[in-house]
Design a protein around this ligand. Structure first.
Ligand SMILES: Cc1cc2nc3c(=O)[nH]c(=O)nc-3n(C[C@H](O)[C@H](O)[C@H](O)COP(=O)(O)O)c2cc1C
Length: 377
């Protein structure tokens, strides 16, 4: 299983299963001397936690423990390992149906790849639960990006036919919108859209069904010149990380597939000088030219599918008897993943942009050596 992301400067290795003793991440490559904001990590983890009828009933405290790479309040520069213990497993829910493959989940593909040795309980390593440590790692990356004024926020742009209002082009309004999203559990800008989306999710839940949607993310204040041509372009690295999130089925930058409908004269973003700074009048290319940031906001959309585990009866197969079968699932599931996936998307964006911006932002040299005496210890 390849659950490791090898960036140019950092590497992340995820471990754990939904119903195992713990989940976690090993984060290698962080420079020494970063004073981690542990409350900042808790705040981010809180956004991923299930709440109300629009989420799974499984309640986990998601308290984390940093078991290496962190000493006297600072990163040491050696691998940082962060552990979250699972405390609310109902593994018996999965016993009766363990050979009945949930449609559109990873049960069948896991059987084919791991020959029955996989931990099938609660989706095992394929569970959305494994995204909690990603959020913790993303919070650390975000902390470093914030030092440079770089901000990330996402909203649910669409849920079936219910659309949110778009991000504003006016910097002050945009700033307020981003703050609102980062303080909200349900990340939607229009109150009316938030109410209708919640009702849609609750309705789906009542019918034993689920819904998906589209997240829209904006990154502001990313300086021009970050990224690479070709294989390690901003789009390539971001897509790699975004498509790693379970249930993500589409990623689109700027106008994305909308470019197909336009002439070049409509699609191009004209350059102009504004207050001595290079800017573009439109931002159809999402702040990226040739894989490299041009200083405009990075904008991308991520499609999240409806939760595959629904409570309605479904047709499937019995893997053991190799017969057709019908499945009525047990267990606790999200009627919608999208609101919980928002912070996972933000985290992946932070991870990608920190790794890509490492040299331009001077991450390796951000702190000169300070003795423990100077730190007042
Ligand atoms: C935050 C989050 C929560 C999720 N919750 C559930 C869930 O409750 N039930 C479920 O069947 N799938 C859930 N998923 C999605 C599955 O993990 C995913 O659909 C499955 O692993 C198959 O992968 P694929 O959809 O990418 O093909 C969740 C995903 C995320 C990111």
């Amino acid at each position: 299983m390849n659950s490791t992301f090898l960036g140019q400067h950092i590497s992340l290795s995820l471990f754990g299963e939904s119903h195992g003793p713990s989940i976690g991440i090993t984060f290698d490559g962080l420079p020494a001397g970063i004073p981690l904001d542990l409350d900042g990590i808790r705040t981010q983890l809180e956004k991923r936690k299930p709440k109300g009828k629009i989420s799974t009933a499984r309640q986990e405290a998601d308290e984390f423990e940093i078991v290496s790479g962190f000493f006297n309040g600072f990163t040491t520069g050696t691998p940082l390992c962060l552990l979250i213990r699972n405390t609310s497993q109902h593994s018996r829910d999965y016993e009766k149906t363990k050979f009945l493959m949930r449609p559109s989940h990873a049960d069948y593909t896991a059987f084919e790849k791991y020959h029955g040795f996989q931990d099938y309980r609660g989706g095992g390593h394929f569970s959305g639960r494994v995204t909690a440590p990603v959020v913790a790692a993303g919070a650390i990356c975000m902390q470093l990006l914030h030092e440079h004024g770089i901000r990330i926020a996402s909203h649910i742009a669409r849920c079936q036919d219910i659309c949110d209002i778009p991000f504003s082009n006016t910097p002050d309004i945009l700033e307020t919108q981003m703050q609102h999203l980062n303080q909200s559990y349900f990340p939607v800008l229009s109150e009316e859209a938030a109410r209708d989306m919640t009702a849609l999710m609750e309705n789906a839940h009542a019918k034993g069904d689920s819904v998906g949607g589209v997240l829209e993310t904006i990154v502001t204040n990313l300086p021009a010149g970050i990224g690479n041509p070709f294989f390690d372009s901003i789009e390539s690295i971001l897509s790699h990380l975004l498509f790693s999130i379970p249930a993500v089925k589409g990623v689109e930058f700027g106008l994305g597939f909308g470019f197909a409908d336009l002439y070049g004269s409509e699609a191009n973003d004209p350059f102009r000088m504004e207050g001595g700074k290079v800017t573009t009048s439109t931002n159809h290319n999402a702040g990226i030219n040739g894989g490299i940031s041009n200083g405009m906001p990075i904008i991308f959309r991520t499609a999240v599918k409806p939760t595959p585990s629904i409570y309605q009866q479904q047709e499937t197969i019995d893997y053991q008897s190799k017969q057709n079968a019908s499945l009525t699932i047990q267990g606790r599931h999200d009627p919608a993943i999208i609101h919980r996936a928002r912070v996972v998307v933000d985290s992946m964006a932070a991870i990608a942009l920190l790794d890509l911006g490492w040299d331009v932002l001077g991450i390796a040299h951000r702190q000169s050596f300070r003795s423990s005496h100077e730190r007042g210890r």
